[in-house]
Design a protein around this ligand. Structure first.
Ligand SMILES: Nc1ncnc2c1ncn2[C@@H]1O[C@H](COP(=O)(O)OP(=O)(O)OP(=O)(O)O)[C@@H](O)[C@H]1O
Ligand SMILES: [Mg+2]
Length: 295
C-alpha cells in the first residue's frame, strides 16, 4: 500500500522563551482529511507549537513540511486559524467583519457558504461585540474559513461554551471535515477529543508524552475494559491473570478480554453482584499520563 504524504509533518520542533522550553523537540505527522488533536495541561506548549507551525513565530530549530515540502510564503494562503484569543475591529457587524477578512485574500470563499457552514444566519447583522460565547466562536470559525483553507487550526475553540453550544460547534467541525479539510485542534475537553479526533498527541512540558488514535491508546493503557470487584467479594488468596490494582475499596482488573476475565472471576468463586465493568475514557488517560487534573 502506498502511504499518502501527510498534509503536515513536523520534525524535532523547538521553541524557547528565555529559560522556558515551551516546545522541546516535537515530531508528528497529520493525515490529510483527518482531525488531529493536541492535548495537554495548561502551559504544555500547545499554543506555542501551533503558532510556530502557523509561521506566526519562528522556531528555534526543526522542520515543518506542508505536503512534503518546506513551508513557503504561500502556506498562509492554505491555512485558516482560529486563535485562542482574538480581538476584533469594533463597531462592525458579523457580516462586515467577515467581509473585512475576505478582502485580505485573492480568492475568498463565497460569503453564503461560510454563513451556512458556521450557522451564522441568525446573527449575521449583529454587532460583533454583542454575541454570545457560542456565536462568537462560530463567527471566528467563519473568519478562519474565509480563504477556503485546506488546513484549519482551532486553538481551544469551545473553551467556556455550554454543553449545547459545544456540541453544536462539534457538528460544524464535522461538516468542515466532511468537505475534505484537515483540522488541527487543541482542547481541554477529552470528550471533544474523543468525538472529533482521529489522532491525538498529548503534550506536557514541551514534549509529546503519548500519541496515537484515541481508541488504540485507550486499549493500550486500559485494555478492553476495567473490571472492578468489591474487595470484600474477592476470596482470600485469589490471583488473576490480568494486572490488578486496589483502589477505593475495589480491586480493579485491567483486562484485554472482558469475557475471559469474567469467567476467571466465576471460576475463582467471586460473587458477581456488585462487580462493575467500566470502559475508561480519554479523561482517565489524561489523568494517568499527566498525573494532574485539568485546571
Ligand atoms: N510570548 C511568550 N513569552 C514568554 N513565555 C511564553 C510566551 N508564550 C508562551 N510562553 C510560555 O511557554 C509555555 C507554553 O505556553 P503555551 O501557551 O504554548 O501553553 P498551552 O499548552 O497553550 O497552555 P493553555 O492550555 O493554558 O493554553 C508556558 O510556560 C508559557 O508561560
Ligand atoms: Mg494555549
Amino acid at each position: 500500500m502506498i502511504k499518502a504524504t501527510p498534509i503536515l509533518e513536523v520534525r524535532d520542533l523547538r521553541k524557547s522563551y528565555g529559560k522556558v522550553k515551551a516546545v522541546d523537540g516535537i515530531s508528528f505527522a497529520v493525515r490529510e482529511g483527518s482531525c488531529f488533536g493536541i492535548l495537554g495541561p495548561n502551559g504544555a506548549g500547545k499554543t506555542t507549537a501551533i503558532e510556530v507551525i502557523e509561521t506566526i513565530h519562528d522556531p528555534d530549530s526543526g522542520t515543518i513540511l506542508y505536503r512534503g515540502e518546506a513551508v513557503a510564503r504561500s502556506f498562509k494562503e492554505n491555512i485558516g486559524i482560529q486563535f485562542q484569543d482574538t480581538s476584533l475591529q469594533e463597531f462592525l457587524t458579523v457580516r462586515e467583519t467577515l467581509e473585512l477578512f475576505s478582502k485580505l485574500y485573492p480568492r475568498p470563499r463565497p460569503m453564503d457558504e461560510i454563513i451556512a457552514d458556521c450557522s451564522l444566519e441568525e446573527f449575521i447583522d449583529r454587532d460583533n461585540r454583542k454575541l454570545s460565547g457560542g456565536q462568537r466562536q462560530r463567527m471566528l470559525l467563519g473568519i478562519a474559513l474565509v480563504n477556503n483553507p485546506d488546513l484549519l487550526f482551532l486553538d481551544e475553540p469551545t473553551t467556556g461554551l455550554d454543553p449545547h453550544a459545544r456540541r453544536n460547534f462539534w457538528r460544524l467541525v464535522q461538516g468542515i471535515k466532511a468537505q475534505g479539510k484537515t483540522v488541527i485542534l487543541t482542547t481541554h475537553y477529552m470528550d471533544e477529543a474523543e468525538y472529533l479526533c482521529d489522532d491525538i498527541i498529548v503534550m506536557d512540558h514541551g514534549h509529546i508524552i503519548e500519541s496515537g488514535r484515541p481508541r488504540e491508546l485507550l486499549l493500550k493503557h486500559f485494555g478492553e475494559a476495567v473490571i472492578r470487584v468489591p474487595e470484600a467479594a474477592v476470596p482470600a488468596g485469589a490471583a488473576f491473570s490480568c494486572p490488578a490494582e486496589s483502589e477505593e475499596g475495589f480491586v480493579s482488573l485491567t483486562c484485554a478480554d472482558t469475557d475471559a476475565t469474567l469467567r476467571e472471576l466465576v471460576a475463582a468463586g467471586v460473587d458477581l453482584r456488585g462487580v462493575l465493568v467500566e470502559r475508561r475514557n480519554l479523561d482517565d488517560l489524561f489523568l494517568k499520563l499527566t498525573g494532574s487534573g485539568l485546571d
